[in-house]
Write a protein of this length. Structure first.
Length: 738
């Protein structure tokens, strides 16, 4: 059947008018003939309703933070038509759904009717029907039906009917939930999950609000995810359910429903009930009602006594419900007063009888069981100084003329606490006479303390501003006087700068001379050594038969000393180059460098005899080539001085704190006496005889020069015959431009 929007509205309106008439008639019969209660709007009641913040266009939050949307405004209109006052809270769906099932709120404006929820809630007649849709990122392939979702990651809102649907029908093996659909759409757009399932209209609205253009709904239908949406109440709350049905029928009949539909959806079919849906709903509602009417008619002649009994029982039930409602409201009022530190009071001039709320007793430090608020003199005694007289005068004027007051006064409560209170009084007038006075009292002690502290701080700030102003003025005067001196200083600075430039030139010349000297040492001094070493080797080889043993020994001594002289020259050149070298800082793997240097300095026999134990060495920023020299010298010394020891083991480790990384090299060799520790790092300083251990005495000086150049420190500790521990540290925050 094809119908345009206007025709559907006319048909829908006619059906709803008939439904309203039918509900009102059957309701009247049940009240008059069976004793069943009929919801009445003569005296408005207040209920607490909750709404979602992001389910457009049905439930959302406006710019002022208030709940709005088609379903919210529809609920408010239906409640108003039924004589019900609504207080609307805002919360995420899973939370407010639990609040309704556990009785913390009274109703929800938009709940899809599902088998799972029929066990928790009672539902009004449906007012719209929505279809579900699958949303995917644009360009997604391979999802052309519900069955294609089986191995896909599907996301839904926690507690939503979409979650119930995907779990009930086992749509996917990979189901994920979020607190809101807004969060779900953002994650889908960011590349998480494969698909999202929700109501088609809600999803399209959310995509527009979030300005997400990379997500789209797919065209195929979800036949098992078409939902009738209703108002929901707590299971068993038949009175509220009847009144909401009555209000919904009224606003559908008087065109309020159509106006709200046009406001939120425009002249289209989005969010409306289809013709067959209306007929199906009518069938679900009218047939049971017709059966009820038939039963009522059948039992009408015997219902008189039962009617009276039912009427009495319902009246008792209503009284109990009213008492329970008043009890809840009183508990809510007490909690609000505790949080806000406020209380209420009233007084009748003709009887001088006063009543207080619990919050007022709390402010005065009293209990309702032990104090009578009508004892006016006792109440005034709590006020300090003249404040009691001020309150008494204002209250008398209020009771005599109805003139309101708003005062801030001091009290000392019954439990001995000094407080500031703000008390207001108003009058209820009739025929120009005051019939009742009432008001509230608020504990403003904290506000007063903050105000006083603020005044004190303001005074201190003003004083500091005055002091700083005087200081600034004095500094300006001094600055004026010192301007000439500053000019002279600038001239002096220019002179110093010129001197520094000259000194820099001299230093550069000195460095060039040092480089020339190094070259001379390297080339000129080593040439004679090579000759001495070569000719002595020729003598040993060519004239060995003409030399006795002493001659051979002397030639070997010459060669050894020439070799030692060459090593000394090498070490001195190395020390000189280190002093002049610029650091090239980079991040290095210290463990890898230590292992490589050990492989380089240790011979094959030493590698077989010695055990090298390396705990993870912290990486560092330093000059790799210079740090290799450090490890060569320290590992070479450890091998050399442990050659004669029984324990052939070298241990490496590091320790880190906020400022530096320290590396340790421990051996079990000859060690040294700590009283000679200061000589260790000097040039040509040795703590052992050359006959015991070879060396030039320059290695540790090179180590110290490299580490100092990095801004670190070197250290050593030992005990003769029990080994030594050498350490060096590097700054943690070593910059590239050091």
């Amino acid at each position: 059947m094809n119908m345009n929007f206007k025709q559907m509205n006319n048909l829908k309106t006619g059906c709803w008018l008939f439904l309203v008439f039918f509900v009102l008639v059957t309701g009247s019969l049940s009240a008059q003939e069976t004793g069943f209660p009929v919801p009445s709007s003569n005296s408005p009641d207040t209920i607490v309703v909750a709404s979602e913040p992001d389910y457009p266009p049905y439930c959302l939050v406006d710019e002022d933070g208030n709940a709005t949307g088609f379903s919210v405004e529809l609920f408010e209109a239906a409640a108003e038509a039924a004589g019900i006052v609504t207080v609307i809270k805002i919360g995420v769906w899973d939370k407010i759904k639990n609040d309704l099932s556990e009785g913390r709120i009274d109703a929800l404006p938009l709940v899809g009717r599902t088998p799972e929820r029929e066990e928790l809630f009672d539902f009004t007649m449906p007012y719209l029907s929505l279809h579900g849709a699958v949303f995917v990122r644009k360009g997604t392939e391979g999802i052309n039906s519900v069955s294609d979702l089986r191995e896909k990651e599907v996301v839904v809102m926690k507690g939503d009917n979409a979650e119930e649907y995907v779990r009930r029908d086992s749509v996917s093996d990979l189901i994920f939930t979020t607190n809101t659909f807004e969060e779900a759409f953002k994650r889908l757009a960011a590349g998480q999950y494969d698909a999202l399932i929700t109501q088609r209209i809600t999803g399209i609205h959310l995509l527009e609000e979030l300005e997400i253009k990379s997500v789209q709904p797919l065209d195929f239908q979800l036949p098992r995810f078409r939902q009738d949406f209703c108002f929901a109440v707590q299971e068993g709350d038949t009175e509220l359910l009847s009144r909401l049905n009555e209000g919904l029928s009224i606003i559908i009949a008087d065109e309020t429903f159509n106006n709200l539909q046009l406001k939120w959806f425009g002249p289209g079919e989005a969010g409306t009930l289809r013709t067959r849906d209306i007929l199906r709903i009518a069938l679900y509602i009218f047939v049971p009602l017709l059966l009820v009417m038939a039963l009522v008619s059948f039992f009408f002649m015997r219902a008189e006594v039962r009617r009276q009994t039912r009427s009495l029982n319902e009246e008792i039930k209503e009284h109990k419900q009213t008492a329970e409602s008043l009890r809840k409201q009183k508990l809510l009022l007490n909690e609000m007063e505790k949080v806000s530190k406020t209380g209420g009071w009233e007084r009748y001039p003709d009887s001088d009888k006063s009543t207080w709320t619990n919050g007022t007793y709390d402010i005065y430090g009293l209990s309702p069981e032990s104090f009578n608020p009508s004892d006016y003199d006792k109440v005034l005694s709590f006020y300090k100084g003249d404040d009691g007289e001020v309150l008494d005068s204002a209250l008398e004027k209020l009771m005599a003329t109805g003139e309101a007051y708003d005062l801030e006064l001091r009290i000392k409560s019954n439990d001995g606490i000094n407080k500031w209170v703000r008390t207001r009084g108003l009058a209820e007038m009739s025929d120009g006479e005051v019939k009742r006075v009432y008001g509230n009292i608020l504990d403003i002690t904290e506000t007063k303390l903050v105000s006083e502290k603020l005044s004190e701080l303001t005074g201190q700030l003003e004083k500091k501003v005055a002091e700083r102003t005087a200081e600034l003025k004095e500094k300006i005067e001094k600055l004026d006087k010192s301007q000439k001196a500053m000019l002279y200083m600038v001239e002096d600075l220019n002179t110093v700068t010129a001197d520094l430039k000259e000194e820099r030139k001299k230093l550069e010349a000195s460095n060039r001379e040092m480089e020339a000297f190094s070259y001379s040492v390297s080339h000129d001094l080593r040439a004679p050594l090579r000759s001495i070493n070569g000719f002595s080797r020729f003598l040993l080889e060519d004239y060995s038969d003409k030399l006795d043993e002493e001659g051979k020994r002397l030639l070997n001594v010459i060669r050894q000393n020439a070799k030692k002289m060459d090593e000394l020259i090498n070490d001195m050149l190395k020390l000189s180059r280190i002093s002049r070298a610029e650091l090239n800082i980079s991040g290095i793997d210290m463990t890898a460098i230590a292992k490589a240097m050990y492989e380089e300095v240790a011979g094959d026999q030493e590698k077989e005899l010695f055990q090298l134990e390396i705990k993870d060495l912290a990486p560092a920023r330093c000059d790799p080539s210079l740090i290799k020299n450090v490890w060569q010298n320290l590992l070479g010394n450890a091998l050399k001085y442990s050659a004669g020891s029984e324990i052939k083991k070298i241990e490496l480790w590091s320790e880190t704190d906020d400022k530096k990384i320290t590396y340790f090299v421990k051996d079990h060799g000859a060690g040294f006496d700590m009283k000679y520790r200061n000589k260790l790092f000097g040039v040509f300083k040795r703590l052992h005889r050359e006959s015991e251990f070879e060396g030039t005495g320059v290695g540790l000086a090179i180590v110290q020069r490299i580490i100092h150049k990095h801004g670190g420190e070197v250290d050593a500790s030992a005990e003769p015959g029990k080994g030594a521990v050498f350490s060096f540290s590097l700054p943690v925050a070593l910059a590239d431009n050091i």
